[in-house]
Design a protein around this ligand. Structure first.
Ligand code: ATP
Ligand code: MG
Length: 601
């Protein structure tokens, strides 16, 4: 492609709308344009990158025996009602764009395709002889994200590869899951990304296992906890660990103490001169189930620890049946306004005890009349602890379960693991922390969707069984931007060769110089004819401008038809290292071929 004929617009300044380097660079270098919140146009250079990423993903998927297909983006609401997800996706998370057609039929724009694929499976899979089978597609997804940001990283319209596998038994699912773990590692490695596979949350209903593939970068929205020995890595949402030991309590006898102005753990510890590990902290949450029932949840956890809301949500989802519900719509810490809706009297905030009386909840049809009390494992063994007294301005010290307080029956792990905690597999290892961009997610789903939607097959022994499913997603557009986030310098993008829009760019310092143009034309034709995708900067611009633009758009190799032409040579500069070499004109093709082959290994 000749730059003189291309839509080629670069910006000198960082656009104000962008916060992270990769977003700034993709805008500046003319790869993307913002059309609306979380909505981007992929300009020709970007589209080439996206096609390359897609092709790598496609090759790795095909190598596992998965088959490509294309499913509809317009999805009937009825399918989502069958699976029980319509309400969650349109109300709770509100992530699905929903619309009504001219016949008053409700539809959603596909954020994901479990419902559609399960319907296809239900209609087409009859017998165990057809299993296992794995279908995937590469397609635009729509999600009405609460906070679209960072360009393609979190868009409202983005490209995803999603795949779904169907099995007759768990072993078969596990095999495909492992094949996918390998395929995902290959995709990311081949695309030139540094990443880590981590244990991931699979939700309360989720099957037996799930892993995320995290591209390591400071701008990542996810936190990964891992050990140096390489034996453990997990998303903080899922991570487990051994908490710091609790210090022995200085309080030998039970007493109520005046603790004015001590609403926080820090303040009460300072006031009572004790460690937060001796405090039972009681945190109030408000859960709204899809049956419309609001449940007030009181979590007792050690003062130095925090609640992991994802773990809490999973525990609450398990109890949905107790509230005539299937799932949770919202889980929040109720603010003053929310409290007004159900609190019979003002709550002793900052001074609550594990036995906060149920009469704080006013009788209402849609509100469960009793607190749902959870106790985190960290406080089960505490002795002589400090906690609230249910009276503002007072705490109790020297308290014990079974004496002053009844230990809540629901003992769970809802603690947030953190950096510095000891690892479970080896307490000598401490957890380290890193930021990551979730590029892919693989998931053993089990029978959740097939049961809900009646997708069954006839087993070898003639029984009707629900299909066992797995699902596997990778963000094509997110991955492309993540590559930039990992690879740039002050001058611009440094594309990994495998996904660069072009391999090489020929810069002619002076287009008025016939000799320069002749060599450039010859190389341009020769390189492209031999599979080296080459741009030709034939614009009537100063050399300095051309070099700056070539660096900004991040093409791996720059060829300059400059001063050394008189010796029959051109200058070839490697973008990543800025290393320049004079190469004989006839050696340019074999040399670049060799470099590119090497880079793609
Ligand atoms: P996140 O936790 O970042 O919201 P997710 O768990 O919702 O992601 P999945 O439903 O597992 O994501 O989707 C599979 C992949 O699609 C993700 O791993 C990610 O690479 C990509 N993806 C998800 N949401 C977006 C988005 N809003 N913009 C761009 N890519 C996305
Ligand atoms: Mg995910």
């Amino acid at each position: 492609m000749r730059l003189s004929q291309m839509l080629f617009v670069t910006l000198r300044e960082d656009p104000a709308e962008a916060e992270i380097p990769s977003h700034k660079l993709l805008l500046r270098a003319g790869y993307i344009r913002r059309i609306g919140s979380g909505i981007y146009a992929y300009l020709p250079l970007m589209w080439r990158v996206l096609k390359k990423v897609s092709q790598i993903v496609r090759e790795e998927m095909d190598a596992t025996g998965a088959q490509e297909c294309l499913l509809p983006q317009l999805q009937p609401a009825d399918l989502w009602r069958e699976s029980g997800r319509w309400d969650t996706y349109t109300q709770a998370e509100g992530i699905m764009f929903a619309l009504t057609d001219r016949r008053d039929t409700e539809l959603g724009l596909g954020p994901t395709h479990e419902e559609v694929i399960t319907t296809v499976a239900k209609d087409t899979i009859r017998s165990y002889r057809q299993l296992p089978v794995h279908l995937y597609q590469i397609q635009t997804k729509f999600r009405d994200e609460i906070r679209p940001r960072f360009g393609l990283m979190r868009g409202r319209e983005f490209i995803m590869k999603d795949g779904y596998s169907f099995h007759a038994n768990e072993e078969s699912l596990k095999k495909t899951y492992q094949d996918m773990a390998r395929a995902y590692s290959n995709m990311l490695r081949r695309s030139g990304l540094q990443f880590r596979a981590v244990d991931a949350d699979s939700g309360a209903i989720g099957g037996s296992g799930s892993q995320e593939f995290m591209v390591l970068a400071e701008a990542g929205e996810d936190q990964v906890l891992y050990t140096e020995d390489g034996q453990y890595a997990a998303n903080v949402e899922k991570a487990v660990s051994i908490p710091a030991d609790a210090e022995a309590s200085p309080f030998a006898t039970f007493e109520k103490r005046e603790t004015p102005g001590s609403e926080t753990i820090e303040k009460v510890c300072k006031f009572l001169n004790c460690s937060p590990t001796q405090v039972v902290k009681n945190v109030l949450y408000q859960a709204v189930y899809d049956s419309g029932i609001t449940v007030l949840v009181l979590v007792s956890i050690r003062g130095d620890q925090d609640v992991n809301q994802v773990k809490l949500l999973n525990e609450l989802t398990k109890l949905a049946g107790n509230y005539q519900a299937k799932t949770i719509l919202f889980l929040t810490v109720p603010d003053a306004e929310a409290q007004q809706k159900w609190a019979a009297k003002s709550l002793p905030l900052g001074y609550m005890a594990p036995d906060l009386a149920d009469d704080y909840i006013s009788a209402a049809k849609e509100v469960a009349p009793q607190f749902l009390r959870f106790v985190d494992q960290t406080v089960v063994e505490l002795k002589n602890f400090v906690t609230g007294s249910n009276e503002s301005g007072y705490h109790v010290v020297g308290a014990n379960w079974g004496e002053q307080f009844q230990l809540p029956k629901l003992a769970v792990d809802v603690r947030k693991a953190k950096k510095g905690d000891r690892a479970i597999h080896d307490p000598n290892q401490t957890l380290q922390s890193a930021r990551g961009i979730e590029a892919g997610h693989i998931f053993q789903l089990g029978t959740t969707y097939s049961k809900a939607m009646g997708a069954t097959y006839t087993s070898e022994s003639g029984e009707e069984q629900p299909l066992i499913m797995g699902c596997y997603g990778v963000g094509i557009s997110r991955m492309a931007q993540a590559a930039v986030e990992q690879s740039y310098d002050k001058d611009g993008i440094i594309w990994p060769v495998a996904i660069a829009p072009y391999h090489a760019i020929i810069c002619v310092p002076n287009v008025g110089d016939a000799a320069q143009m002749e060599v450039a034309e010859k190389l341009y034709t020769e390189l492209n004819a031999n599979g080296i995708e080459t741009l030709f900067d034939d614009r009537n611009e100063r050399a300095g401008v051309k070099f700056k633009d070539a660096d900004l758009i991040g093409i791996p190799y720059r060829i300059v038809t400059g001063r050394s032409l008189k010796d029959g040579k051109v200058e070839v500069v490697e973008r990543a290292t800025k290393k320049a070499e004079e190469i004989a004109i006839e050696q340019v093709l074999p040399t670049l071929k060799q470099w590119i082959d090497h880079a793609l290994k």
